[in-house]
Design a protein around this ligand. Structure first.
Ligand code: ARG
Length: 446
């Protein structure tokens, strides 16, 4: 059934139906019903329908919510399907539900209800992921690795510090979700098709019934905007990028060149041809799906860019993008968290040249200007490279010649270098312990 037959002499063609009807909105069933129940209650409260009519509508809607709904080929969308079923259940009074409402404010509300719940799901998923990262990091607060810039070994750090970088990134993604959830909790119901209604509706009552503090301020933007859908897709996209960067590291780290980690058997895949292969497919798919997340972010922005106010059917396309973004991030935070938690880490020690900045800082502490210290240590690095040895293998007289104060004891061990990180947040074992506590508190309590 369509909700708009009256002015047409002919029913819709199969072609129109096939092209315009989409079923993705099935996922909005419970949100659609929640919105309709709030709307029916508001209608009764302001006296537009009687108490008993309101009760009938609510009872019918609750039955649909409980029993579910079979979408019929003739239903144009989820709103139509619910209304059709309501007629079947409670008869003519069902026709009063759409009083003072349009599918334009209805879909805007359904989407906000979905997004509000979706944000909570993602926050929970990201918290779970952060806990898995933190628990892995905790085992490696003193496992030395090289930090990298330009994919060249840079300085000494711990594997724990490196992993926690991802925990903080994921936490910020979750913070974005939380902030977003506040903006979502505004009810568009009452905005009608575009400029509200001549009937004495009270959008504040509907908002309150939905548990939200506020209703729309401008009916036209309330039905015509999809910035929140785009914001959700972006936040999911950014979180996918966070996960994808870790996925890329997992791909590198599990390679024979890096040998930082061994993947668990049950979360790796084999090759149909080469018997020895053990492949990081989860990480690779996470990386590939992040690329799709990025292009979907562009798609949902593009969808809105050239639309005149208010509602345009183009907006129907937002839902499949939003749902895909939602499913993609939830499954990726779960899968990658599982890979990380079950992997074994055994990174090789960094090369000793990564101590060069520490050595320059030894000279700086003795009053040598940094530029000069850099030059002196650069000379020592060149000398070590000429002989194919590490900094700590340089002869005392070579050190002395570079700067009179330098002795072999000035070259820290890898472990000492790690302990020396003095700046808060820079990854000494003590500092990593502070990060672990902060992240655990957040991931457990919020
Ligand atoms: N299926 C539509 C959508 O997703 C619902 C709103 C339809 N409104 C309309 N005037 N045709 O956007």
């Amino acid at each position: 059934m369509s909700l708009w037959g009256g002015r047409f002499e002919q029913g819709p063609s199969d072609l129109l139906w096939a092209y315009t009807v989409e079923r993705a909105d099935e996922r909005l069933l419970k949100h659609d019903i929640a919105g309709s129940i709030a709307h029916a209650r508001m209608l009764a409260e302001v006296g537009l329908i009687s108490e008993s009519e309101g009760d009938d509508l609510v009872r019918g809607l609750e039955t649909i919510s409980h029993d579910g709904l079979d979408y019929q080929q003739t239903d144009e969308d989820i709103h139509t399907a619910v209304e059709r079923r309501l007629f079947e259940l409670i008869g003519e009074v069902a026709g009063k539900l759409h009083t003072g409402r349009s599918r334009n404010d209805q879909i805007a509300l359904d989407l906000r209800l979905f997004l509000s719940e979706a944000a909570d799901d993602q926050i929970a998923g990201l918290q779970r992921f952060v806990l898995q990262v933190v628990q892995t990091a905790e085992r490696h607060t003193r496992t030395p690795v090289a930090s990298y810039t330009h994919l060249q070994q840079a300085q000494v750090t711990s594997l724990g510090h490196h992993l926690l970088a991802y925990a903080w990134m994921a936490r910020r993604d979750a913070d974005r979700m939380e902030d977003f959830a506040r903006r979502v909790a505004v009810s568009p119901l009452g905005a009608g098709a575009s400029v509200g209604s001549s009937l004495p509706l009270d959008p504040a009552i509907t908002a309150e019934l939905l548990g939200w503090d506020a209703a729309f301020d401008n009916s036209m933007e309330a039905v015509g905007s999809r910035d929140l859908a785009a914001e959700y897709v972006f936040i999911c996209g950014q979180a996918m990028v966070t996960l994808s960067r870790l996925a890329e590291e997992i791909v590198l780290w599990s390679s024979q060149e890096f040998r930082w980690m061994t993947l668990p058997d049950d979360l790796a895949t084999g090759s149909s041809a080469m018997p020895h292969k053990k492949n990081p497919d989860i990480a690779e798919l996470a990386r590939g799906r992040a690329a799709i997340a990025a292009s979907d972010t562009a798609a949902i922005l593009g969808l809105q860019a050239s639309l005149p106010l208010t509602y345009n059917r183009d907006l129907q396309e937002d839902k499949s993008i939003v749902f895909a973004a939602h499913d993609r991030l939830l499954s990726t935070s779960q899968a990658l968290g599982a890979v990380l938690a079950a992997s074994e880490f055994h990174p090789p020690r960094p090369q000793s040249l990564v101590l060069s900045l520490d050595l320059a800082e030894v000279l700086v502490a003795r009053g040598v200007p940094f530029r000069q210290a850099h030059e002196i240590v650069g000379g020592l690095v060149a000398e070590a490279e000429r002989h194919g040895i590490g900094l700590s293998d340089l002869k005392p007289d070579v050190l002395h010649a570079a700067h009179a104060s330098l002795t072999i004891d000035d070259i820290p061990t890898i472990e000492e270098s790690l302990e020396r990180r003095a700046v808060p947040g820079s990854g000494s074992p003590t500092d990593v312990a502070v990060q672990v506590i902060a992240l655990k508190t957040w991931a457990n309590l919020d």
